[in-house]
Design a protein around this ligand. Structure first.
Ligand code: ZN
Length: 224
């Protein structure tokens, strides 16, 4: 497997069982976790301990995630990479603690709410058994990386606004279209007193990064 971040032909397997990552790129230092599933990926992906996952997201050592799907004859049909900066605590769902009768009684696992990750954060490497060109993936990754922000609160706002923009069915939209999400956003960000201003600020950020275009006052166009 090549490195989707820098394009070198190989990434290496991490041999340490205690490590949070499965693979590492010795060129750019990126680390990757691999989740595999036979058949459909669905809306949720089962992952390990809830607390460990939240801790990882809040740290700077969160790996990028490879999501691999394989068929009954063990052929890889789909492989997608989700950059680490698309992870926020909100997309991690707490599972019920294991029953008292279980070997690890009380242990709490988590699910990654895969369908809640904005489409821009899912870069296809293999789609329907067809492999995309390396250059295309590396370029996509570098474009998406412009959205990287270390601060979780800013990241959360950005991804929420990106999801709202994605939800608008038309390619061009107005401020009024996105203000329809004010109530939903207010519920998520209860401490924010000016959601509309925050929306405008995030739209400016998305424009500066080349994801949307400002056409005229209050009119926007999706680019990526
Ligand atoms: Zn690399």
């Amino acid at each position: 497997m090549f490195c989707p971040c820098c394009g070198v032909p190989h990434i290496s397997k991490v041999n340490n069982n205690a490590a949070v990552a499965d693979f590492v790129c010795n060129n750019c230092g990126s680390i990757f976790e691999l989740k595999t599933k036979q058949g459909r990926i669905g809306n949720k992906i089962n992952d390990g301990s809830y607390d460990t996952m939240i801790e990882r997201i809040c740290s700077h050592t969160n790996p990028d995630l490879f999501v691999m799907r394989y068929s009954t004859n063990y052929c890889i049909t789909d492989l997608t990479i989700i950059p680490k900066f698309f992870f926020v605590p909100k997309i991690i769902e707490k599972r019920k603690p294991l029953a008292p009768t279980a070997k690890r009684a009380g242990w709490i696992g988590c699910n990654i709410l895969y369908s809640n990750i904005p489409k821009q954060g899912k870069i296809d490497i293999i789609k329907n058994s067809s492999v995309k060109p390396v250059g295309e993936i590396v370029e996509k990754y570098s474009i998406i990386k412009k959205l990287q922000t270390m601060d979780l609160e800013s990241r959360s706002w950005l991804l929420d606004i990106l999801s709202c923009v994605n939800n608008i069915p038309t390619n061009e939209f107005t401020l009024k279209d996105i203000y329809k999400y004010v109530d939903v956003l207010q519920q998520i960000h209860i401490n924010n007193n000016n959601v509309e201003a925050k929306i405008r600020q995030q739209l400016q950020f998305l424009r500066d990064k080349g994801f949307i275009e400002f056409l005229e006052r209050g009119h926007y166009k999706k680019i990526i």
